[in-house]
Write a protein that binds this ligand. Sequence first.
Ligand code: BES
Ligand code: MN
Ligand code: ZN
Length: 488
Amino acid sequence: MTPLSTKLSSRSSHLSSYPADWLVAGVFQDSPVDAELDGMLGGALTKLRESGDLTGKHLELVPMLNVAGIGAKRLLLVGLGNRSNTSRSTLHDAFAAALRSITGKRISRVIVALPERLPLDRLATTLAVGVGTIQGCYGPGIRKSEPSRFAPEEIVFYAAFEDEFLDRIRAEGTALTFAKELVNAPPCDLYPETFAARIAENPNVECEIWDEKRLRDERMGAILGVAEAASRPARLAILRYRNAGNAPTLALVGKGVTFDSGGLSLKTNDQMADMKCDMAGAAAVAAAIHAAADLGLKVNLLGIMPLVENMPGGRALKLGDVLKARNGKTIEVLNTDAEGRLILADALAYAAEQKPGHIVDLATLTGSCMMALGTQIAGVMSNNEEWSNRLIATAKRAGERLWPLPMDADFAENLKSNVADIKNVGANRYGGAILGGKFLEQFVAGIPWAHLDIAGPAWADHDSATKDAGGTGAYVRTLIELAASYSV
Ligand code: BES
Ligand code: MN
Ligand code: ZN
């Protein structure tokens, strides 16, 4: 994982004299302004509030240049909304928006003040503020001749908190940024071999990369089938982080299609334009495992990332082809654009063989899921209600959103094939996200499993107040929270 260029630290005194380019502080809508800061500024905050210029409405930004009374040259006040409605996501988004707005110019030091009275528990508050801050500092424009965003050299969190919180902010912020970077990398640079190489460097994580020969020897017929026409060969990356003795392992599986053209079931230009994002599941899995290792979490993690390019060509998968997956099941391919479930079939079957306690897969699997839930919420499909509820609760704690989709048995009727055990698409588009889930369920051998269809949240197609266009790092925070809650 590329370390952040920004140095992070915390301190708890001398706000009035400590020099910085900016001080960023939050303001709640339903509570008085921060008394300490207001005092240093000679009541300036109270005056702004009285004149109606500082409401504290969520994401409101009030910059004050040339302020006197504090060490920082400038002050940015960011609206946090109502304290009573605070969640990890409202805080995260507010600080992301604040930092986005000031990192268009080169700056060396930013002080970020945590709210005076913590609105959430200490860890949740510091993580929301800290990781949101980092999210706002790193953007996709690194290939521009003139960069559009400059990460500060140093961020100082103003509040007394434990070093371990700072470590968690750093690990989580690094993982989020790393996942975004992988998704934003152009497919000419990031393809199966280079993706595998980029996630391999961590002394605390064991990494195994299977090439085509190994994939053939290991009977990974579905991965090889999808990769058949690509000039870039397939890989399977396996990450192992073991730090919990004989405790059950949590298996994380991520879809790693480094570019999805659709194959012979070719996408249109518009549908294809953002398809470098189709490895966001694998990126989230790799980033979260590295973060767990950097934090030394007492947990056993297994990460499996099937990596392919889905391309048309003379050797491409044809409609009607039958593939044999790792678990022996045969799959009739009737749409080569439903490639994610094919590569995940092999990966899930392999994961299940390792007898983990639970499995989660993350995949930009279907446009249907975006039709159902929009761009901000991933669908959860599972064979185990308890596990699915646990994931939903974990995401909520991490400030991210999941919503369950039904998995009733009759959906699977649509996947019956005349020639093979299963076909990779139904006869029509109805319930498309669920059919993806029902397909994957065939490969987990009954182990408690949940599939997160992250097609919507993984990618932002335009800039917004809180996020740059491009990879979002969605569900990295949820996976780290899950690993932490899975630890012994
Ligand atoms: N990678 C796409 C899904 C996708 C669509 C991700 C939009 C992000 C944004 C996936 O491989 C795909 O093409 N799915 C098909 C499935 C269909 C053929 C059953 C789809 O959604 O149309
Ligand atoms: Mn596809
Ligand atoms: Zn795809």
